[in-house]
Ligand binder design. Structure first.
Ligand code: PA5
Length: 478
C-alpha cells in the first residue's frame, strides 16, 4: 500500500554526498514537525490520521453517505481549494476521471463553487434537472465568496424543489465547529454538519469529513483510506532520511531547488491522476510559495502532454525536474490482432496497454534524462483506498518537511487571504471600506496610465497618417 520513491535516475544530478550533507537538516525539520516546535505548529492535526475522525464521526459520515446514496441521483459538492481538490482528486483516482459518465455511477458527484464562471454554474444546475439532488457545502472559514455564492443558488434550488423541511434534510455542511456564517446558518436551518478540525488547514484536509463524505457517498471505502494514511504515518515517523522516503523526497526537492531548478512537474501516465496533480499543486504551491521562495509546482499527464509540453521539457529552457507517478490500471486492456494488419500494430497483439504505457514511460524517461531533466519516480501499488491514503500522507509529510527545509511556514497562506480581502473590498462588503477606497485609487491610477497610453498611440498613428476611420475607437476600447 505504501508508495515507493525511486531515486535511481537522479544520480547524474545529485550526489550521495549532497544527500548526506542535507540529511541532518531534514532530521531537524522532522524533529521540529514531530515535536510541534516549528512554524505553523497549530496546524498539525493531519500528522496523526487516526485522530482526525473519531469512530462515532466516521459512522455518522457513513450513515449520511448511505442516505445520500439512497435518496439522491446527484450530490453537488460545493467548495474551493482545499475544500474541493482533495475530494475530486481522490474520486477520480479511485473511480475514474469519467466517473459521472459511466453507467452505474450513482450518485453522480458534481462540483460547484470552485469558479465564478456563470456558464459552469448554470451547467451544474442543468445537470441536476430531473434528478434527486443533495448538497454538501464545504468551507472551513464559512465565508469564502465562490462557494458561498454557489451554495446560495443550490439552497434556493432545493428549497423551491423540495420545500424547507426536505431541503434541509438534503443539505450537509462541512465547516468549522463553531465559527463562520455557514456554521451559523446550518444551526439556524437544522442542516447536518461535519467538523473540519481547527488544527487542519484546507490543503491538508482531504482525510477529514471534507474529503470523506463525498467519497463515502460515491461508495469509496473511507475506513481503508484512513488505514492507508495511518500505515504511512507510522512508516514516515522514522527520522532517518535513509529509512523515510517522505524525508528523502523533501531533501531531493530542496537540493534541486538550491541548484537552480525552478519548477517540479508531477507527471502521471493516467488521466485518472490529473486531479491529483491539481491537489498536489495547491498543497505545495500554497505551502512553499512565500517569501519569494519555492519551487513552482506544475503537473502534466503523459502521453497527452508529451504532445504539447513534451517539446519544452526536452529542449526548452532547463528549469524543471520531474516526479513521475506510476500506478497499474484497475484492469488492463489487451490488444487483439487485426486481419490484414493495415496499421502494422499486430506485433503488439496480446500485450496489455499498460505494457505499452510502460514503454512510453521508459522512452520518455531516457529522452528527458538525455535532455538534462532530473527524474524521480513514485510507484503506487494500486488505484485503491489504502494506497491513496498512504500517498496523500506521503505528500503531506514531504510537503511540511520541504517547507521547513526551505525556511517557510508551510501551513499559512497569506497570499490567498490577500486576494480574498481585495475581492470583498471591491465588491463593497461591509467592513472593508478603507481597503476599497485604497484599491479604487490604485485602479483609477492604472486606468489613467492606460488612457495616457491610448492617447499616445492615437497621437503616433496620426503623425504617421496611419489612422483609419475606426482606429480611435479601437484604441480607446483597448
Ligand atoms: O488551503 C487553504 O486553506 C485554502 O486554499 C482554502 O482551502 C480555500 O481558500 C477554501 O477556504 P474555505 O474552506 O475556508 O472556504
Amino acid at each position: 500500500m505504501l508508495p515507493t520513491l525511486n531515486t535511481a535516475f537522479i544520480k547524474d544530478f545529485i550526489t550521495e554526498g549532497e544527500i548526506e550533507a542535507a540529511a541532518p537538516y531534514a532530521e531537524t525539520a522532522h524533529r521540529l514537525l514531530g515535536g510541534g516546535n516549528g512554524p505553523g505548529s497549530d496546524f498539525l492535526g493531519w500528522l496523526c490520521p487516526s485522530d482526525l475522525v473519531s469512530s462515532e464521526e466516521l459512522a455518522r459520515i457513513n450513515s449520511a453517505a448511505a442516505r445520500i446514496r439512497q435518496d439522491s441521483d446527484v450530490l453537488v459538492v460545493i467548495g474551493i481549494g482545499g475544500s474541493y481538490l482533495g475530494a475530486r482528486a481522490a474520486l477520480e483516482f479511485l473511480r475514474s476521471q469519467s466517473y459521472n459518465l459511466l453507467p452505474g455511477s450513482s450518485p453522480q458527484i458534481l462540483f460547484a463553487g470552485n469558479t465564478l464562471g456563470a456558464d459552469a454554474l448554470r451547467d451544474v444546475i442543468r445537470l441536476c434537472e430531473g434528478k434527486r439532488v443533495s448538497v454538501n457545502v464545504i468551507s472551513k472559514s464559512g465565508t469564502t465568496t465562490e462557494p458561498a455564492l454557489a451554495f446560495r443558488v443550490f439552497r434556493e434550488l432545493l428549497y423551491s424543489r423540495y420545500g424547507k423541511e426536505e431541503a434541509a434534510r438534503r443539505i450537509y455542511c462541512t465547516t468549522d465547529k463553531a465559527r463562520g456564517t455557514l456554521k451559523t446558518l446550518a444551526g439556524k436551518e437544522g442542516y447536518e454538519t461535519f467538523v473540519i478540525p481547527d488544527d487542519v488547514g484546507g490543503r491538508y484536509s482531504v482525510l477529514t469529513p471534507v474529503g470523506l463524505l463525498p467519497l463515502a457517498a460515491a461508495g469509496c471505502d473511507i475506513g481503508a483510506l484512513l488505514e492507508g494514511a495511518g500505515a504511512a504515518a507510522e512508516k514516515y515517523s522514522e527520522p532517518s532520511v535513509y529509512k523515510n522516503d517522505a524525508c528523502l523526497y523533501a531533501i531531493i526537492r530542496n537540493i534541486l531547488y538550491r541548484k537552480g531548478y525552478m519548477a517540479e512537474s508531477l507527471v502521471s501516465y493516467d488521466p485518472d491522476l490529473v486531479m491529483l496533480g491539481e491537489w498536489y499543486k495547491q498543497l505545495f504551491g500554497e505551502s512553499e510559495g512565500k517569501d519569494k521562495k519555492g519551487l513552482l509546482p506544475v503537473s502534466m499527464c503523459f502521453s497527452t502532454d508529451l504532445h504539447s509540453l513534451g517539446q519544452f521539457v526536452q529542449d526548452g529552457r532547463s528549469l524543471l525536474f520531474e516526479t513521475v507517478l506510476k500506478v497499474p490500471p484497475r484492469e488492463d486492456f489487451f490488444l487483439k490482432p487485426e486481419e490484414g494488419d493495415f496499421d502494422g500494430l499486430n506485433f503488439l497483439t496480446g500485450q496489455g496497454l499498460s505494457a505499452v504505457n510502460h514503454k512510453a514511460f521508459a522512452g520518455t524517461l531516457l529522452a528527458h534524462l538525455e535532455g538534462g531533466v532530473p527524474n524521480l519516480t513514485i510507484d503506487i501499488p494500486a488505484k485503491d483506498e489504502k494506497s491513496l491514503g498512504a500517498l496523500i500522507y506521503f505528500f503531506e509529510k514531504a510537503c511540511a518537511l520541504s517547507g521547513y527545509l526551505l525556511g517557510v511556514n508551510p501551513f499559512d497562506q497569506p497570499g490567498v487571504e490577500e486576494y480574498k480581502k481585495n475581492m470583498f473590498a471591491l465588491l463593497g462588503k461591509a467592513g472593508y471600506e478603507e481597503r476599497k477606497k485604497a484599491l479604487e485609487e490604485k485602479l483609477d491610477y492604472l486606468k489613467s496610465v492606460a488612457r495616457a497610453e491610448v492617447a499616445e498611440k492615437i497621437k503616433i498613428a496620426r503623425e504617421f497618417g496611419d489612422i483609419s476611420e475606426n482606429a480611435e475607437f479601437d484604441a480607446a476600447k483597448e
